[in-house]
Design a protein around this ligand. Sequence first.
Ligand SMILES: Nc1ncnc2c1ncn2[C@@H]1O[C@H](COP(=O)(O)OP(=O)(O)O)[C@@H](O)[C@H]1O
Ligand SMILES: [Mg+2]
Length: 223
Amino acid sequence: MNATSARLGRFITLEGGEGAGKSTQSRLLAERLRLRGFECVTTREPGGSPGAERLREILLSGAVAPLGATAEALLFTAARIDHLDHTIRPALARGAFVVCDRFADSTRAYQGALGNLDPVLIRALEHTAVGRTHPDLTLILDLPVEVGLARANARRGDAAADRFEREGQAFHEGLRKAFLEIAAQEPARCAVIDASRSVSEIADLIWAAVESRLLAPSAKGVA
Ligand SMILES: Nc1ncnc2c1ncn2[C@@H]1O[C@H](COP(=O)(O)OP(=O)(O)O)[C@@H](O)[C@H]1O
Ligand SMILES: [Mg+2]
């Protein structure tokens, strides 16, 4: 399957820093979509297909970081290509919703804004991997860095922090800013969600965005 395959479903991505609630809200959004009768595939990056999940382990172990931001971006792109080909595009082609926990905006923010990679390279890699399979809606889960890191720490318990959780406060502040800049640049695709609220309040904010942007009769949606 390639980037020009027929596409009937809707592609939703969740972005934001560590502990913002992306995984929690992906699950809740999928449940709500299924209650409405839609097929919904939940997936995540890095990973989301057998090949990409193997690359995820390497990427999150930190083994690639010493090779530099360019090498890291290339490996994320390789994982994204496999994920799109084997999971995302087949689901969209049969009309399913795809709810993806992190996607190309994470590469823009982590490797682009924070890894100082040339934006031209980031754009080229994104174009190569994503082609025309852009998200229809990107939910940017925004919250103060210390709140997100406290949640991520509590979730992790005694387990070791991964490659990105180990980064300091300034890195995570930069990440937050990078996601908000993406949202400001592409307001038609992105909705900023106040992720400092309760789980159910955030779920309601997300559902309101999905309804108004994808499901309402005036939207280009599938209902
Ligand atoms: N709105 C919320 N308020 C408080 N705790 C939350 C909220 N959303 C998620 N959590 C908890 O915070 C931790 C991180 O949430 P998670 O969904 O894994 O975030 P992410 O996938 O963005 O890193 C989890 O332990 C989760 O149960
Ligand atoms: Mg998560």
